[in-house]
Design a protein around this ligand. Structure first.
Ligand SMILES: *[C@@H]1O[C@H](CO)[C@@H](O)[C@H](O)[C@H]1NC(C)=O
Ligand SMILES: *[C@@H]1O[C@H](CO)[C@@H](O)[C@H](O)[C@H]1NC(C)=O
Ligand SMILES: *[C@@H]1O[C@H](CO)[C@@H](O)[C@H](O)[C@H]1NC(C)=O
Ligand SMILES: *[C@@H]1O[C@H](CO)[C@@H](O)[C@H](O)[C@H]1NC(C)=O
Ligand SMILES: *[C@@H]1O[C@H](CO)[C@@H](O)[C@H](O)[C@H]1NC(C)=O
Ligand SMILES: *[C@@H]1O[C@H](CO)[C@@H](O)[C@H](O)[C@H]1NC(C)=O
Ligand SMILES: *[C@@H]1O[C@H](CO)[C@@H](O)[C@H](O)[C@H]1NC(C)=O
Ligand SMILES: *[C@@H]1O[C@H](CO)[C@@H](O)[C@H](O)[C@H]1NC(C)=O
Ligand SMILES: *[C@@H]1O[C@H](CO)[C@@H](O)[C@H](O)[C@H]1NC(C)=O
Length: 628
């Protein structure tokens, strides 16, 4: 079986040698208007004796006459297809089995397959199936690499066929002036009896050369034939620039467009990043990030990244979101004991950072800070520290404030207005005290061993408070005429202590009554006076045996009145700490308060506490609490 196959192959080879055969280039090319010579040689079986010479025919397109292909050349006649008239010539000698054909002045219509048919006379006519395919070019071929990368050396090769013995082409490169150090290399290539000349341009392209034209020009000297092939350089390059908007300042609630443009080839995948978070991305030359209704959390660094596979580049910008100060947070209102210290906080946010100002009842306190937190330190608070504290936050975009109330509580303090005055019906004793919480006022008549208060409200007991100052009044009738026989004690009490003083009758100019009435003030006082007049009239009948009846004679001397001169200092206590242990502070004074003679002006001066803060040596009970 194997032997048989080998034998068959041997026979076939022998047959080829001696049978019909042709050699011509499979492909050949020529420039339009030039000429081409198709080299050709053929064989026919050695047994054939050509009858009346050897003839040949070149067909175009089809090998068989039955299909009526255009005749390119025919040795027996001059009749050829009209598109070849005067253009074809057989260069070879058919008797030498040389079928070389020249076609001149070629045009694009001559592109195609060319077949040779040998005519040896009689029936020995044979069309060889092998053919030569002619390509008629109107421009030279240029070899361009599939990918041209910036900064990599590039070879561009231009080819021109050189198959026309009459004319030899020349190759030039065009538009190379702007190229960096271009290098030109000429070459000549021969293959299957066809020839090509080439010129290779070598240079290193840069991103700036992307899109530029470069050309190969083929020219036949001493002719007007010129052929050009232009190419547009497609140079791949990593992102060269990533352009973004400059840093911006915008108001909260507004909208903004951030633009990013990347110069790269091919176009990059562009992404906008906020921190690590990718906000958007697209493959384009530019993208726009739209942001609506901005809030302060959107302030920060925005980075645009361009990545096209050849490289990565990024550029950042800062977006600042401005907003007016938020409503400040302040502590809740507090109530503290006098002498304590409190720290009140004010916290807010704003952009730019707001200034924080503390105002107490409209007046500036503390220092103005440019910060998001301001702590107001109130040390050793006095009753004056009570009030409304407002924290005002301001920046160039607006202002906002919040407030708290601080209430400073303190032990009761007797006011100078406390005194007994001779009035027409008898003696009127007034006891006034300030304190927080408001003090409760109680009178005690030691001679009668009687306590007068809200539950025991005899003697026209009247009490009134306006929230800070409490006023108590009683009216006594004195028939003895000896004012000194009447003793009236007044106790003022709140949760922080009790103070007891003895009110004494002292001299007074008549007009001082008006001062007292003015101090007490109000319709209630008028009502009281009316009630007091009625009461005195009533008690005149009822309490004839009272030691207070001596007061009646005192009415003849209206310039006398009682004032607070003796104090039971040991009764004044101050609450210390949470444990509720009360410590007597009166003993700390260590000495008896001297008797005071109040001049009329002293009453007008007002509360003793106003002098106290400025004077260390004023040993009022209130000061003694402070010194503790
Ligand atoms: C055929 O003829 C051409 C033109 O005369 C010649 O250049 C070529 O060498 C010949 N070929 C052979 C194989 O003799
Ligand atoms: C072109 O023509 C000139 C004279 O007209 C001649 O000297 C030169 O050799 C020719 N060149 C070619 C390539 O035929
Ligand atoms: C960013 O730049 C683009 C293009 O110049 C412009 O249209 C846009 O308004 C800019 N954005 C801002 C917030 O300025
Ligand atoms: C931005 O990209 C679009 C297409 O995505 C293009 O039409 C436009 O010209 C580009 N703008 C700029 C300034 O390059
Ligand atoms: C931007 O580029 C710098 C250096 O070129 C790099 O360190 C940084 O990580 C890049 N940032 C982003 C968000 O890609
Ligand atoms: C006010 O609030 C701050 C923070 O919560 C706190 O530290 C401070 O003690 C508070 N001050 C008062 C008086 O409550
Ligand atoms: C503070 O006190 C005033 C009245 O004195 C009151 O109108 C206001 O509401 C109080 N503010 C707070 C925060 O309690
Ligand atoms: C005063 O009266 C009370 C009863 O109301 C009595 O217990 C007390 O002993 C009396 N004091 C004097 C000094 O009379
Ligand atoms: C008034 O005084 C009486 C007698 O001392 C006493 O029992 C009563 O509790 C007092 N009332 C008030 C409201 O202080």
């Amino acid at each position: 079986m194997k032997c048989g196959l080998l034998l068959l192959i041997f026979i076939a080879i022998k047959a080829v040698r001696t049978q019909w055969n042709v050699w011509m280039p499979r492909d050949i090319s020529a420039m339009t208007n030039s000429c081409v010579v198709i080299p050709c040689s053929f064989m026919y079986p050695s047994g054939i004796r050509p009858y009346r010479g050897v003839h040949g025919i070149w067909y175009f397109g089809q090998p068989y006459p039955q299909l009526f292909p255009p005749v390119v050349f025919k040795s027996r006649t001059d009749i050829v297809h009209e598109s070849y008239k005067g253009r074809t010539k057989l260069l070879g000698d058919l008797h030498q089995k040389n079928c070389t054909l020249k076609i001149s002045n070629i045009g694009p219509e001559h592109s195609g397959k060319y077949y040779f048919r040998a005519d040896l006379g009689g029936a020995n006519i044979y069309t060889y199936p092998d053919f030569s395919e002619l390509k008629v070019l109107d421009q030279p071929n240029v070899d361009v690499p599939d990918e041209i990368v910036s900064d990599d050396s590039l070879d561009l090769t231009c080819y021109a066929p050189d198959n026309c013995p009459d004319m030899t082409p020349e190759i030039h490169w065009m538009y190379t002036d702007y190229l960096p150090d271009p290098l030109f290399t000429a070459d000549y290539l021969e293959d299957s009896n066809t020839a090509v000349i080439s010129s290779t341009l070598t240079f290193t392209p840069k991103p700036m050369h992307h899109g530029q034209l470069i050309g190969c020009r083929v020219h036949y000297p001493n002719t007007t034939f010129v052929y050009e092939h232009l190419i547009s350089l497609d140079i791949k390059y990593a992102p060269q620039t990533v352009w973004v908007n400059v840093s911006q300042e915008v108001m909260e609630g507004s909208s903004v467009v951030l633009h990013c443009e990347v110069d790269s080839n091919p176009v990059s995948r562009i992404s906008w990043l906020f921190g690590e978070e990718e906000l958007m991305s697209d493959t384009a030359s530019n993208i726009s990030l739209y942001m609506d209704d901005l809030d302060p959390t959107q302030e920060g660094i925005y980075t645009c990244v361009g990545d096209n596979g050849y490289g990565i580049m990024n550029t950042s910008m800062y977006l600042a979101v401005k907003y007016p100060p938020r409503d400040p947070w302040v502590n809740n209102s507090v109530t503290v004991l006098e002498g304590s210290s409190v720290h009140v906080h004010c916290k807010t946010q704003g952009n730019p950072v707001p200034t924080l100002t503390w105002l107490k009842d409209g007046e500036l306190v503390g220092t103005i800070r440019a910060d998001e937190l301001s702590v107001l330190e109130l040390l050793d608070l006095t009753p004056h520290g009570s009030g409304q504290y407002r924290c005002l936050a301001e920046n160039e975009h607006g202002r906002s404030s919040s407030s708290l109330n601080i209430t400073v509580e303190f032990a009761p303090v007797l006011l100078d207005e406390s005194k007994c005055t001779v009035v027409r019906e008898g003696v009127q004793c007034v006891c006034m005290a300030t304190g927080n919480p408001e003090p409760v006022i109680e009178f005690y008549l030691p001679d009668l061993n009687i306590t007068i208060n809200e539950t025991e409200n005899r003697f026209n007991y009247y009490t009134h408070t306006d929230g800070h100052t409490s006023t108590g009044m009683i009216k006594l009738r004195d028939k003895s005429g000896q004012g000194t026989g009447i003793h009236v004690h007044c106790s003022i009490t709140n949760i922080y202590g009790t103070e007891t003083v003895q009110l004494e009758l002292q001299q007074e100019k008549k007009y001082m009554m008006a001062v007292i009435v003015g101090t007490i003030g109000g319709v209630a006082v008028i009502a009281f006076i009316i009630a007091a007049v009625r009461y005195v009239g009533h008690s005149n009948k009822k309490e004839n045996d009272n030691p207070g009846q001596d007061l009646v004679s005192k009415l003849e001397n209206p310039s006398m009145f009682y004032s607070a001169v003796k104090k039971d200092k040991h009764s004044l206590r101050k609450k210390v700490g949470e444990e509720g242990d009360y410590q007597s502070v009166g003993s700390l004074a260590g000495f008896q308060r001297p008797e005071l003679n109040y001049a009329a002006l002293d009453f007008i001066r007002g509360r003793p506490r106003e002098g106290r803060t400025g004077k260390e040596d004023d040993n009022s009970d209130y000061t003694e609490i402070k010194s503790k």
